[in-house]
Design a protein around this ligand. Structure first.
Ligand SMILES: [Zn+2]
Length: 291
């Protein structure tokens, strides 16, 4: 994931960027003409660039176009290097029924995958969140398994697209930020699942819940309880599976917590886009992961 920042001393009339043939939506952090300190005022815009877990390593162009109020259009291209991520592989022997679902189950799982993709494809132009994203469980700062590949009975599965937080059944699960519930239902692989649309193509995913406390369309405040930790779907024990997609790229959600935490740095330059933090690739909405 990358945080893009564009700072301009003049107010920006327009800004957009293109990555992966997709438009990257920017939001305004603060506008030009603010305080009277020595620091020149700037129009500060940010955007999140999602790099999918399975994006092939290479160098990819990011095109940024902008125009200041009354100024000429300007553009620049940034070359963004994507390195291969190092993710663990785990080999497991499990009961056949775990790796060989019935045709009905496969059909159900495929329909659910398509439904999730259709949701993640929608970029809501409103930005529902404000401030930092939080880890959904109280008192928890880290979780594991992101990107881990599982080889079940010799058959490689999809990489694990989220972070797992082992926790007791019934532990409250909080919305990572404000947003609107895009999905709240039981799914084949992820059990009781909630998806929250935070706007601008950013979605968080909460799986294996023992109970769901919200419904589709609900508007959530940051930190609001949306369900409880459980062991529904294909799991080996109670835990929260937390996922993040940014314009359909499967990204480690802990990176979003880190990248948007403690922002607000003094302005240093204008009309330049600068990659802040580079990182790696991501998954599909779960297909074969056990947790
Ligand atoms: Zn998981």
């Amino acid at each position: 994931m990358l945080l893009l920042e564009v700072r301009s001393r003049k107010p920006l009339a327009e800004i957009n960027a293109e990555w992966n043939s997709k438009n990257v939506p920017f939001w305004q952090v603060h506008s030009a003409a603010t305080d009277s300190s020595k620091v020149p005022s700037t129009d500060l815009r940010q955007a999140i660039l999602g790099v999918d877990l399975e994006k092939a390593p290479g160098t990819y162009p990011l095109l940024v176009h902008l125009q200041t109020a009354g100024g000429k259009p300007a553009s620049c291209t940034l070359q963004i290097p994507i390195r291969a991520g190092k993710f663990a592989t785990e080999r497991l022997q499990v009961g056949k029924e775990f790796v060989e679902p019935s045709p009905e189950q496969i059909q159900r799982a495929n329909e659910e995958r398509d439904k999730l993709r259709a949701i993640f494809d929608q970029v809501t132009p409103e930005k529902f969140w404000d401030g930092d994203f939080r880890v959904p469980l109280d008192g928890v700062t880290t979780g594991g398994n992101f990107g881990k590949r599982r080889v079940l009975n010799g058959q490689p599965g999809s990489p694990h697209s989220g972070v797992d937080f082992p926790a007791l059944t019934g532990t409250p699960v909080h919305a990572a930020q404000s947003g609107r519930v895009a999905l709240a239902q039981e799914l084949f692989f992820s059990g009781n699942t909630v998806v929250v649309d935070h706007g601008l193509g950013i979605y968080t995913f909460y799986g294996h819940l023992s109970e769901i406390n919200v419904k589709s369309g609900d508007v959530l405040q940051s930190g609001q309880v949306l369900g409880k930790v459980g062991a529904t779907g294909r799991v080996t024990g109670p835990h929260l599976h937390w996922g993040l997609t940014v314009e359909r790229a499967r990204v480690n959600p802990l990176q979003l917590v880190k990248v948007l935490g403690g922002m607000e740095k003094p302005p240093i330059q204008s009309e330049t886009a600068k990659p802040k933090e580079s990182s790696q690739n991501e998954t599909k909405p779960e297909t074969k992961a056990l947790r």
